[in-house]
Design a protein around this ligand. Sequence first.
Ligand code: ATP
Ligand code: MG
Length: 313
Amino acid sequence: MQREVGSFPIAPSIRARLVAAGFHTLHDVIDLAVSEVAGEAGISEEAAQEALQILKRQGSDSQILKHTALELLEQEQAQGCIITFCSALDEILGGGVPLGKITEICGPPGVGKTQLCMQLAVDVQIPECFGGNDGETVYFDTESSFRVERLVEIANACVLHCSLITQAHQEEGHSLAMQRFTANNILSQIYYFSCQDYIELLAHIHTLKDFLAKHLKVILTNQMTTRIEPRESFLVPALGDSWAHAATSRLTLHWEGMQRYATLCKSPGQKESTIQYQITHQGFRDVQTAHPEMDSSKPEINPRKRPREDDTE
Ligand code: ATP
Ligand code: MG
């Protein structure tokens, strides 16, 4: 619904002139230049500018309020998430790393942040018929840690997983999708940018504005650093606590002895939980359990199309 110009807190004499000139709703006036509004309404340019400022500021506030909670819920559900190939992690995240939101992944050196990002860069491309996103990836590397050979291993494992599902189900849609879903095609849809510093990162983001509007799923990784204080030193996220407010969720990867753990420490919709994971030749995975029948290391891309036990790698 378009808000009436008469309902904005503009000086009454100016408001009356605007309405008399035919500017009844926000839509009638919002895209016009100051000089046009001034000319048509017979007011000074200063008055027109002031009125336009009020209309734009308060008009955008009313735009923010235009969704109902149900619409927001539907939008969220439509966006979905990226599976990690670690089903325990997907579960605590509510299905995987959410699309359309910022997830901060932090943890000490060597724990697996880059491995997880490379896994996600591949997984976001899983075709929709397998329950994936059929997406593309823009990867900003600020630490020169991107290893394309490693990416090939992860991509091959993902392709193999989908081809085993295809063999098991014999569905035409799967076979067609697999013609395109190859390691080479996955690599060709990962757009890689190396950034030496924060300034370069911002510059890349600005030059990619149009591209980002259509594609980017943002994963932010925040390396841990040691904060030295007089008596003790602490391991803290290197980007600082202020980033905690920018990210919707924070996932902390950490060690307990020789085991790797992931803790979801901040999430608007999921409870705080910790799970164990491992990094294998194939990528980011669940830890094998002692009971094969309870083994969750075989990810289900789409639970509705659950592959049989012998379908997976
Ligand atoms: P940093 O903060 O230094 O960037 P990080 O958290 O990004 O560290 P990663 O590079 O993601 O760490 O993880 C490195 C770990 O991944 C190594 O310790 C190694 O154990 C594991 N890893 C890497 N490649 C393989 C592989 N092919 N097979 C098994 N494990 C691997
Ligand atoms: Mg890294």
